[in-house]
Design a protein around this ligand. Structure first.
Ligand code: C5P
Length: 397
């Protein structure tokens, strides 16, 4: 997927630098060449020897290394790449970038480059939350710098929160998306994700427990294969993917409108957990306890977005994929759902409590298409997303 791509990898000084060794390996496995630059602080965490061994190239370290200048000047080094990746991007490196400093090799390359730059920030939670870092982040994003992560989790410093560097495979995906390269290049795909919120009155709503994890992972995986993704999301727990067009909605009706407005598209993946019903006659003021009995809610059926798009005739995306969360007779029910909705594939899973799939990090799915049912082993939701994206690429290309 990254065959022939040239990545300039700047490794900053943080404990996450060890993950950049794995990142280099994975990029090379995918056919990319990786030219490493190690900052002075980075060399406190990984050795130049291990970085150069994994990249298969010499490590550039010093701005004033005259041999390097004779072989390849820093300007050339910064431009002889398709993408510059900074991983880990420390608070200090981000500050230098935002301020336009150029006092060492890494910062000078970042100032001199004419290529896109992707940073994978990694730092202590408080450093990440610090107004200075957030200000620098906003400046960098305003400058068109791409970001991946940081993720939330346990940190090497013993604290918990956002600050962990994105995992190597997430960075690989972000690189693929930044290079807009891959078999889905030129294809536009709509992805719905998350729950919908159906209002009862201005302060109350009906919702479901969808986290948006699977839809987000699919959008990211499609984008990594080069697709132009329109991500229509209800109010989800997790942040939306980077590098895709994001349309935020609350209700099923708004989601349908956003999906129709995103046409024409080559493909559509409906991973949202859309509420089946909405409240008839949403109250314009907060409903009060009157002491004279309980309020009664009347419901109306929401539009079925998957069925509407699948059955629209002209303008229908070439491939429409729906999901089916079942608790029993998974293949039988999902096959019937595919027929009823008129979509091309159904991604079915067993969400009965014993599986731990609902809200968990793993999924075990069966894909139902016109040829029958294909069951995949249990794997992470990210891996399911990658496999679905690869299957979509096979069908659309
Ligand atoms: O009918 P059911 O909700 O089980 O179907 C699930 C599939 O249909 C999912 O792909 C979901 O995103 C989609 N759906 C929809 N609009 C609805 C209900 C479900 O797009 N109103």
């Amino acid at each position: 997927m990254l065959s022939g791509k040239r990545i300039l990898l700047i490794v900053g000084g943080g404990i996450a630098a060890f993950k950049s060794l794995d990142l280099a390996r994975r990029l090379r496995e995918r056919g990319a060449s990786v030219t490493p630059v190690l900052t002075r602080a980075g060399a406190e965490f990984v050795t130049p020897l291990s970085l150069s061994a994994l990249c298969g190239q010499k490590v550039y370290r010093d701005l004033f290394d005259l041999t390097d200048e004779a072989e390849m000047g820093h300007i050339e080094l910064s431009r002889a790449a398709d993408l510059v990746v900074v991983a880990p991007a420390t608070a200090d490196l981000m500050a230098k970038m935002a301020g336009g400093h150029a006092d060492d090799l890494a910062s000078t390359l970042l100032m001199a480059t004419d290529k896109r730059v992707l940073i994978a920030p990694a730092m202590n939670v408080r450093m990440w939350d610090h107004p200075a870092t957030q200000r620098n982040l906003a400046t960098l994003q305003g400058d068109g710098i791409l970001t991946v992560g940081p993720n939330e989790g346990d940190m090497a410093c013993g604290e918990y929160g956002p600050g962990r560097m994105a995992e190597p495979l997430e960075i690989v995906e972000a690189i693929g998306a930044a290079l807009n390269d891959g078999p889905l290049r030129g294809k536009r795909i709509i992805v719905t994700s998350g729950p919908t919120h159906e209002p009862i009155d201005p302060v109350r709503y009906i919702a479901n427990r969808s986290s948006g994890a699977q839809g987000t992972a699919i959008a990211r995986a499609l984008s990594a294969l080069g697709a132009e993704v329109v991500f229509v999301t209800g109010p989800a727990d997790i942040p939306p993917p980077e590098g895709v067009e994001i349309v935020r909605v609350q209700t099923a009706q708004q989601m349908l409108e956003a999906v129709m407005a995103a046409h024409p598209a080559d493909g559509a993946v409906f991973a949202a957990a859309v509420a089946d019903w909405r409240v008839d006659g949403e109250a314009t003021q907060k409903i009060k306890k009157t002491g004279t009995g309980l309020p009664t809610l009347k419901f109306l059926e929401n539009p079925d977005i998957l069925a509407t798009v699948s059955q629209q005739g002209e303008g229908r995306p070439a491939l429409v994929v729906g999901f089916a969360a079942e608790t029993e007779k998974v293949v039988e029910h999902a096959t019937a759902k595919r027929d009823r909705k008129g979509c091309d594939w159904i991604v079915a899973n067993d969400v009965s409590p014993a599986t731990g799939i609902m809200g968990g990090a793993e999924n075990a799915v069966t894909i139902i298409d016109e040829g029958g049912a294909e069951s995949w082993p249990r794997m992470s939701k990210d891996d399911v997303a990658r496999k679905i994206a690869a299957r979509i690429a096979g069908a659309l290309v």
